[in-house]
Design a binder for this molecule. Structure first.
Ligand SMILES: [Zn+2]
Length: 466
């Protein structure tokens, strides 16, 4: 290569330097090595495949789980002047899809949902294509152990051979060792290159607020802390209750898995575009948030693990500006998670019983049991049961580590990093409550605006009436 990678970065992307992991991943790909990038949200994952996509011959296919994610990335490439970019998903018309498939080789970057990619006529077209690399974005969706499991992601591993094992790049922000092991076992088992970024985000101040009246404490925080922000709750019911509590005087929306997909998309868009200051949500809200200026993440309920907590608070401050994570804790809050754990244990026991019957009747299965059953077609059912039982005891210990973090008597950041086998090199300016970090407060300007503006539902209603 005549030019250094840095020169290309400046010329093509107008960026001065690589962010951690980018150059390492790109170099591996250019050497023809499969690569897995585990990088925190907002650390420039898409630059990796864009960069290699320009240097490698042929088309880059990017598998992406959400239409909104695809649209964001197509837009980003178009803004950089790229014309040979398309997205193939359920929003295309039949005629559009037909035309695109016939002209696939004209495109340098092709985004697809996994469902689309697995369709036989699509796979057939892909086989005829010169494929520079296959990128699997949000690759943690392959794992049964994460919150975002998608069976189609697992099937991707099975079609790679049909495609003559193309150069593979997997990307994710997950921090769970078990999910990462799962990804590696399925896709990156030989001498693939793996880059795992640090979980440290020094621009996010860490607070834990112990209280005997969580509702009142939340009120206090929501009134004074900087927005935009997300309030995470453990249940849909709590999400709706908090929304009801604040909707009269805050620009707030709510988001959970019970909403229809178009409602979810709309909420996400309103939040991204700044029409809402707060979003109260379950952890279903996360993947695909493309908003760099989130200032505060408040946890009304604790997460079930530090892995998930890190993921959730990592949505703050992607612009690099000062942000904060505030966790509210009232004695006994963990019982919610013990309840979930027990429920899942029960589900596993029933599953264990059902699959031992001479005629397995799938119609008796819960949604989760159906996923386990699909899995047990691929490996011995005894192995599945063993993994599920192991998972239960892991969940228990993960929750204990979360509680340790809450009860920490020293620096919270050091405590968190230690859990991920990292150490704190330098105490950031606004570190944590132990280090007397200052709460980022909202500006008065925002405060007055908030008082005069109607909430999003009223705005919508008005729009529909006009
Ligand atoms: Zn600290």
């Amino acid at each position: 290569m005549g030019q250094s990678l840095e020169k290309i970065l400046q010329k093509k992307f107008q960026l001065q330097q690589f962010r951690p992991g980018q150059k390492e991943l790109i170099t591996a790909l250019l050497k023809g090595k499969n690569a897995l990038g585990i990088l925190p949200t907002g650390s420039g994952k898409s630059l990796c495949y864009q960069f290699s996509g320009y240097l490698l011959a042929g088309s880059t296919i990017i598998i992406s789980p959400l239409i909104s994610l695809m649209e964001d990335q197509v837009l980003q490439l178009q803004k950089q002047g790229e014309k040979a970019v398309i997205a193939l998903n359920s929003s295309n018309s039949f005629a559009e899809k037909k035309w695109l498939l016939e002209h696939l080789e004209k495109f340098r970057f092709i985004f697809m949902s996994p469902e689309m990619f697995l369709q036989p006529q699509v796979l057939q077209k892909v086989q005829q294509l010169t494929l520079a690399q296959l990128v699997i974005d949000e690759i943690h969706c392959v794992s049964l152990w994460g919150n975002d499991f998608r069976p189609e992601y697992r099937q991707l591993a099975q079609v790679l051979q049909q495609l003559d094992n193309p150069l593979l790049l997997g990307l994710t922000a997950t921090a769970t060792p078990k999910v990462i092991a799962d990804i590696q076992n399925l896709f990156f088992y030989d001498d693939s290159y793996v880059y795992q970024g640090s979980v440290e985000r020094d621009n996010i101040a860490l607070f834990v607020e112990k209280t005997e009246d969580k509702a009142a404490t939340l009120k206090k925080f929501v009134h004074k802390t900087a927005a935009p922000g997300i309030i995470y709750c453990g249940t849909r019911k709590m999400v709706e209750e908090i929304y009801q509590e604040f909707k009269l005087y805050l620009r707030i929306g709510y988001y959970h898995g019970g909403l229809a997909s178009n409602e979810r998309r709309q909420l996400q868009q309103q939040f991204t575009e700044g029409q809402l200051d707060w979003l109260v949500a379950t952890n279903a809200f996360g993947m695909g948030i493309n908003k760099a200026d989130i200032r505060s993440i408040i946890h009304y309920d604790l997460s079930d693990s530090l892995e998930n907590y890190v993921q959730e608070i990592g949505r703050a401050g992607r612009d690099g500006q000062a942000s904060q994570a505030i966790l509210l804790y009232q004695t006994g809050d963990e019982s919610l998670h013990y309840y979930f754990q027990k429920q899942r244990q029960e589900e596993r026991r029933v599953f264990q019983f059902l699959i031992q019957q001479p005629n397995v009747d799938e119609s008796n299965f819960s949604e989760l049991q159906r996923k386990w059953y699909a899995e047990s077609q691929m490996e011995e059912s005894a192995a599945i049961i063993q993994r599920l039982t192991q998972h239960e005891s892991d969940k228990f210990s993960q929750l204990n580590h979360m509680l340790d973090y809450i009860q920490a008597s020293g620096c919270r950041r050091a405590k968190m990093l230690a859990y991920f086998d990292e150490s704190l090199a330098e105490i950031p300016r606004n570190c944590c409550d132990f280090h007397q970090a200052k709460l980022l407060e909202k500006s008065t300007e925002v405060f007055t605006a908030e008082k005069t503006l109607p909430n999003w539902q009223e705005v919508l209603l008005k729009l529909f009436k006009e």
